[in-house]
Design a protein around this ligand. Structure first.
Ligand SMILES: O=C(O)CCC(=O)C(=O)O
Length: 287
């Protein structure tokens, strides 16, 4: 296991973010007054939002159900959650919780990157499976509770059993989702050899997660609440997409090409089909 580190925001700004390593970052406020879970329930308890129910660690394939935040919170503070684990995960503050978004800190500028969005994770005892980000840096602002984040460098990819053409690892998906790294050692013998760095991130702390760094996140028995801020490398979305200034690390290039295919070919076709279908429905209703 590699040593964890703490750096100042100034040091982070001075580094090349495409090759930077994870670190706790000082000099950035999380919130002037940290929120309690009760604050969330008081502010947005009546909002209905999609809660994902995660079976056997399959975060991406989980079933989503619309629930009031208050009902979800009452469920997770009762019995310790178990498979399928409910999780209020990856919901944009600005879209779903605008009144809370107003109280968050502004995204700290990052050199060479453009801020994208900030999302809420609010849960208990649930494990987010190992994945990496393809757009740019992320920062995890811990508002309440503690999260255990284990990060693996891009050079460890060979030992992480990457799902082909997806930025997820297969290792923890078949686990039973306990509060441990409970995985099938006979199916994934190399995983135990992967080098990693682990951070326990407490309320009031900020963790920098670099692009292409694999990470898994464990929520403990206490309820935790975070705001994760995501950036994109500033050249993304320009002609540079087709001539990247720097290629992604080995084993991550297919993800890059796949993202381009979605952005420039598959999504526009899907959108135009949807548009056509809506037009046809409108004209048939008008007849
Ligand atoms: O906090 C979590 O459970 C997941 C967060 C996450 O996926 C991320 O920060 O990329």
């Amino acid at each position: 296991m590699t040593e964890s580190r703490t750096i100042s925001y100034e040091e982070l700004l001075a580094s090349d973010l495409s090759t930077a390593e994870p670190a706790l970052v000082t000099g950035i406020d999380v919130l002037s007054d940290l929120w309690s879970p009760q604050h969330i329930v008081d502010e947005v308890g009546d909002s209905e939002v999609p809660i994902v129910y995660i079976r056997k660690g399959d975060y991406v394939g989980g079933e989503r159900k619309l629930r009031k935040v208050r009902d979800y919170y009452n469920e997770i503070i009762g019995d310790m959650p178990s498979d399928p684990f409910p999780y209020l995960a990856e919901l944009s503050y600005d879209e779903h919780f605008p009144s809370l978004a107003q109280q968050l800190v502004d995204p700290p500028p990052l050199k060479g990157e453009r801020f994208g969005q900030r999302v809420m994770y609010f849960g208990r005892g649930v494990h987010s499976q190992i994945h990496f980000h393809t757009g740019g840096s992320a920062m995890l602002f811990c508002i309440h509770g503690t999260k255990v984040v284990r990060l693996f460098g891009p050079d460890q990819t060979d030992k992480l059993y990457k799902v082909s053409a997806r930025n997820f690892s297969r290792v923890l998906v078949s686990s039973v989702g306990e509060n441990s790294y409970d995985y099938d050692q006979s199916a994934f013998p190399q995983f135990g050899e992967a080098d990693y760095v682990e951070y326990e991130v407490h309320a009031g702390q900020v963790l920098f997660i670099p692009i292409h760094w694999w990470h898994s996140i464990q929520n403990l028995e206490d309820v935790s609440l975070t705001a994760v801020y995501f950036w994109d490398q500033a050249w993304k979305g320009t002609w540079r997409d087709f001539v990247p200034p720097k290629l992604p690390p080995k084993h991550m290039r297919l993800d890059y090409v796949r993202n381009l295919a979605y952005k420039y070919a598959i999504n526009p076709v899907k959108r135009s089909r949807l548009f056509d279908r809506r037009q046809r429905m409108r004209s048939s209703i008008g007849k």
